[in-house]
Design a protein. Structure first.
Length: 297
C-alpha cells in the first residue's frame, strides 16, 4: 500500500472532517489534541493517524463530548469510545463519519459494523439515499480538493457495491413484470458503476426483469438484444466517459442503432448535458440523475 496518502495539510483535514482550520488550530494550541509534524522547510503536515484521531474527536464532539473532556482522554480511549459510539448510533452524520474513518483506515470491520447498525434503524433504500449518497457526494468533493487517493475510493466503492449486490440478489425471485427487460451498461472505459448498480436494485425491487452488463461495454454488443422479441429498454450512465470530444459521435452511433428499433434508450448522469442539444430519435431520452429517472419509472 505504498500509494496510500501519508501526509495531509490542515486544509485536507478541514475538507475531510468539516471542522474549520481555525478551530483545528485552537484545539491544537488550547488542548494539544493534535501535534503537526514539519517538513525540512518548516511546512506543517499531519499524518494518517492525526486524521483518524481528528475524525474520532469530531464523532465524540458531535455526540455531546466536550472537547475539554476529550483532551483528557488517551489516544486509545478516544479510539475505543468513538468506535463504540459509531457502532451504537450509526445514524446519518455519525455513520458518514464512521465510513470516512473506515475508508482512510481501510477498515472493513468498521464499515460493516456501522452498516449493520444502520440496518436496525433504516431500510437498505433509506441507507443508500440518506447515508451513502451524501457520503459519495462528499467523496466527490475530496477528489476535487486532491485529498483522496484512488486506493481510498476503490476500497469504499467496492464495499458499497457489495451491499447493493447482496440486496439485489435477495430480490431475484421477485420478478412479476415481464413485459419489458431493462439492459443496463456503462460506456467503454467507464468504471463508475455504483449509481447504475443501485438503479438495477430499484428496478428489480419493482419486479422488473433486468440484464446487468456492467462496466466498459462496446456499443455493438447491444445488437444481440435488438434481435429479441422482448421489449427492451437500454440504460447507461455517463460520469467520465465518453470524453467531451467524443460524446457527440457516441450518441450519433446510438442514434443509428436505435433508428432501426422501437426500443427505448435512456442515458443519465452528469455528462448528458453535453448532448441534450442533439437532434436524436424520440426513443432516446436523457435524465440528469438516477433519482430523476427513478421518479418516472
Amino acid at each position: 500500500m505504498n500509494n496510500i496518502k501519508q501526509d495531509f495539510t490542515i486544509k485536507d483535514l478541514e475538507n475531510i472532517s468539516g471542522i474549520k482550520a481555525h478551530t483545528i488550530r485552537i484545539w491544537e494550541k488550547r488542548y494539544n489534541l493534535l501535534i503537526p509534524k514539519r517538513t525540512e522547510t518548516n511546512i506543517r503536515f499531519y499524518t494518517p493517524e492525526d486524521l483518524t484521531k481528528l475524525l474520532n474527536i469530531v464523532l465524540l464532539n458531535n455526540n455531546n463530548f466536550k472537547v475539554s473532556k476529550i483532551a483528557k482522554m488517551s489516544d486509545e480511549a478516544i479510539t475505543l469510545q468513538s468506535r463504540e459510539l459509531a457502532f451504537k448510533t450509526a445514524v446519518n452524520d455519525e455513520a458518514i463519519n464512521a465510513f470516512k474513518l473506515s475508508m482512510f483506515q481501510f477498515d472493513k470491520v468498521l464499515f460493516n459494523n456501522s452498516y449493520n447498525t444502520l440496518l436496525h434503524k433504516k431500510t437498505f433504500r433509506e441507507i443508500f439515499k440518506d447515508v451513502f449518497i451524501p457520503f459519495l457526494e462528499n467523496i466527490g468533493l475530496l477528489w476535487h480538493t486532491e485529498t483522496l487517493l484512488p486506493a481510498h475510493e476503490h476500497f469504499i466503492s467496492n464495499l458499497i457495491a457489495q451491499k447493493i449486490q447482496s440486496n439485489t440478489e435477495k430480490l431475484q425471485y421477485n420478478i412479476n413484470n415481464t413485459n419489458k427487460t431493462y439492459v443496463l451498461f456503462l460506456p467503454e472505459n467507464e468504471i463508475h458503476e455504483l449509481g447504475l448498480l443501485y438503479l438495477n436494485y430499484e428496478l428489480v425491487l419493482r419486479g422488473f426483469h433486468t440484464v446487468y452488463l456492467g462496466q466498459s461495454l462496446p456499443l455493438n454488443n447491444l445488437n444481440y438484444f435488438l434481435e429479441s422479441d422482448r421489449e427492451i429498454c437500454f440504460i447507461t450512465s455517463l460520469t467520465i466517459q465518453p470524453y467531451d470530444d467524443k460524446i457527440e459521435n457516441y450518441f450519433q452511433e446510438i442514434n443509428e442503432i436505435m433508428s432501426i428499433s422501437k426500443n427505448q434508450f435512456i442515458a443519465t448522469g452528469r455528462k448528458v448535458n453535453k448532448v441534450k442539444h442533439l437532434k436524436l430519435n424520440s426513443n432516446i431520452q436523457f435524465y440528469d440523475s438516477i433519482p430523476d429517472l427513478l421518479k418516472v419509472l
